[in-house]
Write a protein that binds this ligand. Structure first.
Ligand SMILES: [Cu+2]
Length: 127
C-alpha cells in the first residue's frame, strides 16, 4: 500500500498547491466544479445534530469518474469542507445543502465541519 499512499500524498499536495493547509479562518473560494448534474450515481444523505453525524454513512466509496451527490442537513450553522477537492458548502439550520461533484481524483478525502472543528466522514475514490 505504500506506493499508493505516497501517490495520494503527492496528489493532495498538487491539489492543495497555492492553498493554505490551515483551517478555521481560511477563506474557501467558490468551487468551479458543477453542482447541477442530476445524473448522480452515488447519493448519500447525512444528518448532523450539534456537530455530530446522527444519520448517514461514515465513508462513501465510489469509483473514479462517478458523480457523488451528498445532502447534508445540520441543525446548526456550519461550513462543510471536502478536503483535496476543496469544495465548501454553507450549512444553514435545517436546510438541506447539496454537495455534488465528479470524483476525478482517486484517494481518500475527509470532509469536516469548520465551526465544530471535526472531521465527520470521508469519500474514498477508487481508480
Ligand atoms: Cu477544511
Amino acid at each position: 500500500m505504500r506506493p499508493i499512499k505516497i501517490f495520494t500524498v503527492a496528489l493532495l499536495l498538487l491539489l492543495n498547491a497555492g492553498n493554505s493547509w490551515a483551517h478555521g479562518d481560511e477563506d474557501h473560494s467558490e468551487s468551479s466544479i458543477s453542482t447541477e448534474n442530476a445524473e448522480a450515481t452515488n447519493n448519500a444523505e447525512i444528518i448532523i445534530t450539534d456537530g455530530w453525524v446522527t444519520s448517514g454513512p461514515e465513508a462513501i466509496k465510489v469509483k473514479r469518474g462517478d458523480t457523488v451527490r451528498m445532502v447534508f442537513t445540520s441543525n446548526k450553522v456550519d461550513e462543510l469542507h471536502l478536503h483535496g477537492y476543496d469544495i465548501a458548502v454553507d450549512l444553514k439550520p435545517n436546510v438541506p445543502a447539496v454537495l455534488e461533484f465528479k470524483a476525478e481524483y482517486p484517494g481518500r478525502f475527509g470532509y469536516e465541519l469548520h465551526k465544530a472543528h471535526r472531521e465527520i466522514g470521508a469519500i474514498e475514490v477508487y481508480p
